[in-house]
Design a binder for this molecule. Structure first.
Ligand code: FMN
Length: 221
């Protein structure tokens, strides 16, 4: 099967992305608006983007009516009307229901902190609060927002943020900054309403040395 994206409806383009790019990391993004009102929303169009500067990127897509999601409005650079700050909180399996609930389309100004019962905690260098339940939180300043098709329904708006402060739950990282995967208890996003946990794992060297080893999947090592 092969497909020309320009000949497909947006719903099919969406499914060809989210049904195959799996699992996707999840950013639970906390922001505030100009009046200081808090907002939380999950985003699985998300990943690490740069080490120097330390940066990450996520994409709140334009709503079906052509408007920006609240998170995007709040995170836009100051010159574009936002506060230019956001926190990416990593999800934990113990609060997956609250994470999913934070996707509720509340009117702007109504807080998902109140809806979900998640706990706001002060950030160190930016104004939006982090989520106390998160094992890892990245305080970010917006470097740039790349709008792929401004105002077009379901178009990507890639928010690139520089990480200006990192929170890791006490004891979760060792001195070399290795993070304990079990303690992180993280989640990935599958298609539809699916989620997964990284419980089926194996290690493999990188480069040509990998070819000389037994297949780690079929051999079960
Ligand atoms: C796990 C999960 C991942 C999501 N990923 C995205 C995403 O990458 N981009 C997006 O625009 N919406 C995504 N959504 C939907 C938004 O969270 C939802 O539209 C939310 O209401 C936006 O909130 P806001 O208007 O307060 O920013 C996701 C929802 C869930 C539950």
């Amino acid at each position: 099967m092969e497909f020309d994206p320009s000949a497909l409806p947006a719903s099919h383009r969406y499914k060809l992305l989210v049904g195959a790019i799996l699992p996707r990391p999840i950013a639970v993004v906390s922001t505030i608006d100009a009046a200081g009102r808090t907002n939380i929303a999950p985003f699985s169009f998300f990943n690490a983007a740069s080490v120097t500067p330390m940066a990450l990127a996520f994409s709140p897509i334009t709503r079906a009516d052509g408007t920006d999601k609240d998170t995007l409005r709040n995170a836009l650079p100051v010159a574009e009307g936002g506060l230019g700050e956001f926190v990416v909180n990593l999800p934990g399996a113990s609060w997956v229901r609250q994470l999913a609930a934070a996707a509720e389309g509340l009117p702007a100004g109504e807080s998902e902190f109140e809806l979900t019962g998640l706990t706001p905690a002060d950030s160190r260098v930016i104004r939006p609060p982090r989520i106390a339940e998160a094992a890892v939180s990245y305080e970010c300043r917006t470097i740039q927002v790349v709008r792929l098709a401004p105002g077009t329904p379901l178009s990507g708006n890639i928010v690139i943020g520089e990480v200006v402060h990192v929170w890791v739950r006490d004891g979760l990282a060792d001195e070399a900054m290795h993070i304990d995967l079990e303690g992180l208890d993280t989640l990935g996003k599958l298609s539809g309403s699916g989620y997964c946990r990284p419980t089926d794992r194996f290690n493999l060297v990188r480069g040509r040395a990998a070819l000389a080893l037994p297949d780690p999947v079929s051999s079960g090592t």
